[in-house]
Design a protein around this ligand. Structure first.
Ligand code: AHR
Length: 844
């Protein structure tokens, strides 16, 4: 593979410069040649990906404050039936391998009243959820209150999304629907109450008692501030009423859009200046089953008519932040829209069922209709609907992604059909292929952009700051990194790892044209993962990686400049040395014919008769039967170490067979034991790949750049061979080379630079992921003139574990200072654990 610039020449040029200048300094050299432009950095590069997950929308960005407002939360996921405490999907073959996943999710009966309580001043209230009085056919459920059967006043209370936050003097828009019989009381009172049941706001409504549905609307102005409020409707114990679609919104939403978004959350997103917004997912596009997938047509129009759907992240989406709201948000923040459609298959880690070719026609039409809704003329069917929904002008939809994280031939065939149909009718739309770096790309026909995702450890991201430098310049596809995130505990260390990776993305922005982090938003009370933005009902903050992404987005140059980092000291080449072993992860497997050779001679071989004396098992259940060693524990990691034989270069050979479980087998080498090892990881990433791996003090690190797509089949005896030579490792299965890797410890220093043509500035980005300062001499070659003063923006902390929080939301944020005394050569010290951007005004 060719690199963009010839590193060797660069190294020699840099070396002479270093010698002629200050050969004795310990500073690294960073040489930036303003006359040598690299890749252009498109304005499309930094975007965001929204998916309804961990209450990012409902209970997050979407400003609705009432949870389960339409009493629809008891609906089973579409395509499932209830059985013995589970919502069970149909037994259908999975699209990837025809296996029957028999997918089911736990299902409790009490979901219908999720978020609601009915209390009576005296005795038990009589109420139930019914579906025979539909407010709208798509949302048939309502709460029936047999008020006359109760001994005292009845309160119907909604808890909100982990309660409701109110601000003194602010107004909240209330709406509810009631169907009351003649015997009911004339009035209902609606209040916002605190933990002590004291009202912060209250309003009474006169009821129409004609046994028909009526909508009631009001404005509640809060007399106090707090975040523990609930909404209570108080009824007298007379008659029979049905209650449905109870809604409360802050009067002020982002851009004051109706059915709008929380201002603080939307502004936090807008501050990222996203070039594009991807919606609606993610796995949610695929669904637990095909019927459970998001159907965009159900997400538009009057929210009362939107049925919502139980999503595969464990709660029901209201579809409140629907297709129209997403497109409106794109327009409001000047982002391009990226719509994702289902490609004919549900999530393969769930039911994985799929549509046949005729049904796929329907899905293609669904995608074309979505485009028509966004950009079609007002006289088209769906364009007209957009106009009716209040938006005559077209929306800025630019991309359509066909599926999400799909694999295999079926996907490739479907993709081709979607692509052709979209391009024929809407040549201006850019389709995106959901395949990653996959062998199926060859089958998928014309492809503009592919979508690899990376959820890897921080150390993987540090190791892959140069990932796209390794991709050939003539790689046939452009790349959209649709999802990336350093997994594990969120910290400055992991955020800087993402920054290191992004320097490589930006440097290769001719190949990687779009990038978005995932997941985006997390309601902290909803117990999420490492999201970019964290919120509660009354507050929101960005984690350190949010601020880093913002810094990248706000300091995107127009074009890269040739940038060489020449370390002051060369690192010795790593030499593998340590004990060897075998093991598994969540898998039962068998092993035989184990042999280690060195210099072509057998160093050790076994038929397992010496298992007790020569080997040490540190986890797992290991037993020999008939010359075959079996590890029979299916859960967790297992290790078996060959005692006391520290080896350098060697070849490990054996036969291995998977019996059951989620992965394959592991061959260890260069190890000190289960806390520090290297391994050939055969069947990694839930049996998707053969790669190498490392365990060190920081945990597990996958060692790969481009993962292959080799899975381990059960009941097949594989000939496994691992060759270790210095720092170069190879893994073969059945004599076929599956993966090779050159290992070298990383020094976590990264630099990329570019030129901002609008401001005439060199923009230099420096990541120091080490816990020590990084000194560098920065040399700017071929500049005509330099202004003495520039700008420095730094985000960092002495503590690599530092992270923002609700109590200290600005613990680690960018700090802007003046950069003085600039010249074509200047010294720079990057603080430990920091991301620094230098803006140097200069004429070229
Ligand atoms: O970001 C969460 C999920 O991770 C996305 O839905 C999916 O695409 C990926 O597997």
């Amino acid at each position: 593979m060719k690199n963009k610039w010839n590193k060797r020449q660069g190294w020699l040029a840099g070396l002479s410069l270093c010698l002629s200048m200050v050969a004795c300094t310990k500073s690294d050299q960073i040489i930036i040649d303003v006359a040598q432009e690299g890749a252009e950095v498109p304005s499309s590069l930094y975007g965001v990906f929204f998916e309804e997950i961990t209450h990012s929308g409902d209970g997050g960005l979407y400003a609705e404050m009432v949870v389960n407002r339409g009493f629809e939360d008891g609906n089973l996921p579409s395509g499932t039936t209830y059985k013995d405490g589970y919502a069970v999907a149909k037994s259908l073959p999975c699209y990837s391998n025809d296996s029957i996943n028999n997918f089911k999710v736990k299902w409790q009966d009490d979901k219908a009243m999720n978020g609601w309580q009915v209390v009576c001043a005296a005795g038990q209230p009589v109420y139930k959820i019914v579906d025979n009085q539909p407010l709208h056919p798509a949302t048939p459920h309502a709460l029936q209150l047999e008020l006359g059967k109760s001994a005292g006043d009845i309160q119907v209370i909604n808890n909100g999304y982990w309660n409701m936050a109110l601000t003194e003097g602010s107004s909240y828009k209330l709406a509810f629907h009631l169907k009351a019989d003649a015997a009911s009381n004339e009035e209902v009172t609606v209040s916002l109450i605190d933990e002590n049941e004291q009202p912060a706001a209250s309003q009474s409504f006169k009821i129409t008692k004609d046994n028909q549905w009526h909508k009631y609307e009001g404005a509640l102005v809060s007399a106090s501030t707090g975040n523990k409020y609930r909404l209570a409707l108080t009824f007298k114990n007379k008659g029979n009423v049905y209650l449905d679609y109870v809604s409360l919104f802050p009067e002020e939403t982002f851009m004051n859009r109706p059915n709008g978004m929380r201002k603080d959350v939307a502004e936090t997103l807008a501050d990222l200046h996203p070039a594009f917004i991807r919606w609606p997912g993610g796995c949610i596009v695929e669904g637990l089953t095909m019927e459970n997938r998001i159907k965009w047509k159900e997400t538009i129009g009057d929210p009362v008519t939107r049925p919502g759907e139980y999503n595969l992240w464990g709660y029901r989406s209201t579809y409140g932040f629907g297709y129209h709201e997403f497109l409106q948000f794109c327009e409001d923040v000047h982002a391009d829209g990226m719509f994702v459609c289902n490609a004919g298959m549900s999530c393969l880690f769930r039911n994985g069922d799929f549509y046949d070719d005729n049904q796929v026609d329907g899905l293609i039409q669904e995608a074309l209709d979505a485009i028509e809704y966004a950009i079609g003329d007002a006289d088209t069917y769906w364009g007209k609907k957009r106009v009716e929904n209040g938006h005559p002008a077209p929306f800025p939809l630019k991309y359509v992604e066909i599926g999400n994280e799909n694999i295999g031939s079926r996907y490739a065939a479907n993709y081709k059909r979607f692509y052709a149909a979209i391009k024929e009718k809407y040549p201006q739309i850019t389709p995106i292929c959901a395949l990653m770096f996959s062998p199926y790309l060859k089958e998928a026909g014309p492809i503009g952009i592919i979508d690899p995702h990376y959820y890897e450890t921080a150390d993987w991201f540090y190791r892959n700051g140069d990932l796209y430098d390794k991709l050939p310049a003539d790689y046939p596809y452009k790349i959209y990194v649709g999802e990336y995130a350093a997994t594990g505990r969120s910290s400055l260390y992991s955020s800087l790892a993402e920054a290191a990776y992004l320097t490589g993305v930006e440097r290769n922005a001719d190949k990687v044209q779009l990038v978005s982090y995932a997941p985006l938003l997390e309601n902290a009370d909803g117990h999420g993962r490492n999201h970019l933005i964290v919120l509660k009902n009354d507050s929101v903050y960005g984690r350190t990686n949010y601020h880093i992404l913002k810094m990248f987005s706000e300091n995107r140059p127009d074009v890269n400049l040739k940038t060489q980092v020449l370390p002051a000291e060369t690192q010795p080449v790593f030499q593998t040395q340590g004990i060897v072993g075998i093991g598994t992860c969540n898998t039962v497997a068998e092993f035989k014919d184990f042999k280690v050779t060195q210099d072509g001679k057998t160093f050790y071989s076994t038929d397992w008769n010496d298992l007790a004396s020569a080997w040490t098992a540190s986890q797992g259940e290991w037993k020999v039967d008939n010359g075959v060693l079996k590890q029979s524990k299916v859960e967790g990691d297992s290790y078996l170490w060959l005692n006391g034989k520290e080896l350098g270069d060697c070849t490990i050979e054996l036969k291995a067979r998977k019996i059951e479980g989620r992965e394959g087998f592991r061959i260890f080498f260069g190890s000190k034991g289960e806390e520090q090892y290297y391994m050939a990881d055969i069947g990694s990433h839930t049996n998707e790949s053969v790669i190498f791996g490392e365990r060190n003090a920081a945990g597990n690190v996958s060692l790969f750049d481009y993962r292959n797509s080799t899975s381990v089949h059960t009941d097949h005896w594989y000939d496994v061979r691992v060759e270790v030579k210095g720092n170069h490792w190879k893994c073969y299965l059945d004599n076929q080379l599956e993966y090779e890797y050159t290992y070298q410890p990383v020094i976590r220093h990264y630099a990329v630079s570019g030129y901002d043509k609008a401001t005439n500035e060199i923009v230099i980005k420096l990541v120091n992921g080490e816990n020590t300062p990084w000194s560098a001499s920065i040399n700017l070659a071929n500049v005509k003139s330099i202004q003495p003063e520039g700008t420095q923006i730094t985000l960092g902390s002495v503590n690599p574990d530092a992270e923002n929080s609700f109590t200290d939301p600005e613990k680690v944020v960018p700090v802007e200072t003046k950069l003085k005394g600039l010249n074509s050569s200047f010294e720079m010290v990057c603080q430990p654990n920091s991301f620094t951007i230098l803006r140097v005004p200069c004429e070229r």
